[in-house]
Ligand binder design. Structure first.
Ligand SMILES: [Zn+2]
Ligand SMILES: [Zn+2]
Length: 350
């Protein structure tokens, strides 16, 4: 009779399934889950010298240690965590970001636009009118344009972007090959980050769809076919653009909450701005997002929170590297294929 049961490796009671990676009974499964989600830290009062019966019934410290030693692992989902003040603060910040991100994903999946405004026009409140995409086939250039545009809309929907200090125009003067151009702070922030944001979102889509490389929404390669004709691009280089960032995100097991927070932390880069007032707006906002990310890490990863936070920062370097590659590729592609026509907003930001 006894042999017809398999035993829980923790308490030796009958077990019917593997939970969190270990053959265990329901009671031990629930116990382990509760300790992790409530982020409790139980200590044995007898220095770990409890009997097996005590270890699996009365002493929570010993029981938790048995669970851990047996190899149980469980990463709680942020939404499963118990409510407390810290969680409420993080939830408020995350709510807006997750909503806007879901809207952007939906736009990418189902819509498109035929309009062709410049970045300045969009910032002057001329949003491009989106329409439902029916049987229309988009080119690679269409996809990258739309990824960039939906990222711009994402950032323009954040409240602080309407701050008057960010709309100041006259004080920033950039010298470039076209002579002097005057830009608003909004424009500077968006120009510097919207392509990276679009890459990052595209990589997150790959992670969600369990792919190890970037692809267009309709499942095609991110490059136009003719790119293979140009010997300037090595296959290695093209492969690196497709997979560098995605691989890092898979390795980190990046969650959607971490993704949306990293995205806005990178966007809010006060170093890009010159004057005090605009810089203050952006620094303050970056602090809000950074604190939310650290708090999130502490809530979800417990005592490993700070090291998780540091791991996430390593992602920033990879995003920049991926962007540099894309930028180099774009410049060379333009030289090889000068007849290609880009939408105005793409020319404005790359
Ligand atoms: Zn058990
Ligand atoms: Zn004990």
């Amino acid at each position: 009779m006894e042999n017809s049961f398999r035993k829980c490796v923790i308490c030796e009671r009958p077990a019917f399934s593997h939970n969190y990676g270990v053959l265990s009974c329901d009671a031990c499964k629930m116990f382990f889950r509760r300790v992790v989600t409530l982020n409790r830290d139980y200590k044995c009062k007898k220095d770990g010298l409890c009997t097996l019966k005590e270890k699996t019934t009365t002493c929570k410290g010993c029981r938790y240690k048995l669970c851990q030693d047996s190899g149980m692992t469980f990463q709680p989902n942020f939404m499963d965590l118990k409510d407390n003040d810290q969680k409420m603060d993080v939830t408020n910040v995350l709510g807006v970001l997750l909503f806007l991100d879901a809207r952007r994903s939906k736009q990418m999946k189902t819509q498109f636009t035929d309009e062709n405004f410049s970045l300045v026009q969009v910032l002057e409140n001329r949003r491009m009118k989106l329409k439902t995409r029916r049987s229309q086939i988009l080119t690679n250039h269409d996809w990258s344009f739309f990824g960039i545009y939906t990222s711009i809309e994402f950032f323009m929907s954040l409240d602080f972007m309407a701050d008057e200090h960010l709309q100041t125009r006259d004080k920033v003067i950039l010298y470039n090959r076209n002579g002097v151009t005057v830009k608003t702070f909004q424009e500077i922030l968006l120009t510097s980050f919207c392509v990276k944001a679009s890459l990052f979102a595209s990589a997150m889509r790959a992670v969600k769809e369990k792919r190890d490389k970037l692809m267009t929404v309709d499942g095609k390669d991110v490059y136009p076919d003719e790119i293979l004709k140009f010997k300037q691009f090595s296959l290695e280089f093209l492969k690196r653009i497709r997979s560098l960032l995605v691989a890092k995100m898979i390795e980190l097991r990046l969650t959607i909450e971490e993704f949306v927070l990293c995205n806005v932390i990178l966007f809010c880069n006060p170093a890009l701005l010159i004057t005090g007032a605009a810089q203050d707006v952006i620094s303050r906002q970056q602090n809000i997002y950074t604190s939310a990310l650290l708090e999130y890490c502490n809530l979800v990863y417990g005592k490993n929170g700070p090291s998780r936070f540091t791991d996430l920062l390593s992602l920033f370097h990879v995003i920049n590297k991926n962007f540099e590659d894309v930028q180099a590729m774009t410049v060379i592609f333009k030289l090889c294929s000068p007849q290609t026509i880009y939408r105005r907003i793409v020319t404005d930001v790359i």
